[in-house]
Design a protein around this ligand. Structure first.
Ligand SMILES: [Zn+2]
Length: 150
């Protein structure tokens, strides 16, 4: 890290703060050359998380894809973009807090279902019909019975 004033490479960190909400780390640095202080921010660009699909292939976790799959079941007018972001954040955090960096796609589906259940039972059914690959009306009514119980 170069000092922005005198371009010296000798700087020391005098204060460090993590902002968990933004996922950033802020470091207050002091230049050992000219003693001036400045602040740097560190942000996570990429996370190491893979999703293992049913066929065994792995794909890097993609938040946009997750958003798209949720919006297939949940229409834009059923959720504000703020709430949608919160749902995505929560799912992402759940996935990241697992001990492994490879998560089965069925696990992701389960998390989505948990969220949709609270937002809209209709969206829940839409998503469940794809995720659980319903084949008959009976599958639907079974799921609805389950949904009523919870
Ligand atoms: Zn300096």
């Amino acid at each position: 890290m170069k000092c922005p004033y005198c371009f010296s490479n000798d700087t020391k960190v005098v204060d460090k703060r993590d902002n968990e909400h933004e996922g950033t780390t802020r470091r207050r640095r002091e230049c050992l050359g000219c003693s001036k202080r400045f602040t740097t921010y560190e942000r996570i660009e990429n996370i190491d998380l893979s999703i293992k699909k049913k066929d065994g292939s792995c794909q890097a976790f993609n938040r946009e894809k997750l958003q798209k799959s949720i919006l297939k079941s949940l229409h834009r007018d059923e959720i504000s973009s703020e709430d949608l972001n919160t749902v995505l954040d929560e799912i992402e955090m759940d996935l990241l807090s697992k001990e492994t960096t490879v998560v089965e796609s069925s696990e992701v589906g389960k998390l989505v279902l948990q969220k949709l259940k609270k937002i809209s039972p209709v969206a829940y059914m839409r998503f469940a019909s794809v995720y659980k690959s319903f084949h008959s009306l009976e599958d639907f009514s079974k799921e609805i019975e389950e949904l009523k119980k919870t």
